[in-house]
Design a protein around this ligand. Sequence first.
Ligand SMILES: [Zn+2]
Length: 130
Amino acid sequence: MDGHPERVAKGDEAPKGSWSRALWRGFRNRCPSCGGHGMRDGFLRLRPACAHCGLAFSEFRADDAPPYFTILAVGHIVVPSVLFVERGWAPPLWAQAMAWIPITLALALLLLPRIKGAVIGAHWAAGIRG
Ligand SMILES: [Zn+2]
């Protein structure tokens, strides 16, 4: 033991300049350290640790950041699209609602777990734990 039991797992340290790679790996449900598949166990729940390198995912807490960034991203996709369609074709409001509500929900459900992975990857790259 080196006196730092919380740091004995391999893949614990983020190499410099690995932010974008860590975010992208997390976005794709991969370990930010080794790139092994399966960071999430289910829709949003993280596995306790990476099955490949042993990085403890349980040390990282994304809290409210994933929903915040998901709302930000979905809003920046849907609102301009709604305005574009409204200016171009001006369909009835019921038709707009029938189209945009499911699209908004689908985008949110598609992006939320991926953004959570990216947030965990950013935390790993920045060394933020707990
Ligand atoms: Zn790993």
